[in-house]
Design a protein. Sequence first.
Length: 292
Amino acid sequence: MFPSLPQRVASLQPSATLILAGIGKLDCLVACTKYCVDVCPELRHHHCTIISDSWTASAEQIIAADPDLVIASVPYQEKSVIEILKAGRPFLGLAPRNLNDVYSDIAMIAAIMGEPGRGHSVVESMQRGIEEVRQRSKSAPSRPRVYCEEWGKPLIHSQYWVAELVEAAGGEFIGIPGAKTSVEAIAAENPDVIIAAWCGAGDRVPLRKVIRDRAWEKLHAAQTDRVFCIRDEYLNTPAPTLIQGLHALAACIHPEIFPRPAGIRSLSREEDFSREMAAEGNEAALRLQLHN
């Protein structure tokens, strides 16, 4: 595919960056997005140029970074793809839909980077971790019905790989993965568990405001305090970190079986969260709570 192994990689998507980290090739990264740094903190110690992402790619930025491989992933805008192609560098475009696609992307990037063995190990570790959770969840007496939300305006169900993880964690995914839905449709479903993981919001989804504004106070999930926010990158980044998302889902769906890891907030802890944000002067988080 390439005359030689890529030595200078530009990543326009956090998932690609996390895959490079998983196979031990972060040293080849010469350019990435600010979102990559958010999910891969070790990049703060690397000298990476910060460039635009798969939505807003700039040929000028890519050329300036002088990569010998550009990796991007959905979502794309037509003009962004044109910009990437205008840069005239080898371009790998990813579009994963399910867990098998994620495994394939990991294996492909690892092979291109000359680390097929590491790619195989990462995939094997993910598959083993998912199967362990699946087996443990089988001891649960029920399978709660779970609404997972990727975005709140409009309401959008989480992606297909999240539905697969919900199933592995012992739950039943409500709705069509990746499709739009409505406040009324979810109210009619009356889910046992509600999980919000909004793209780009980290762990700052304003749960109490969401429930109040949608008049969901009487839904079973709200009545039983089973409304959660899981960190965005744990569920929306198709990379090895999905295992962290799986453990978070399992703890939300079956807290009687699985311990609660970091990266989860619940409706009952919303006031504590607001106080913490105020104490830290986190204006961005407070604005998200007030205006979303």
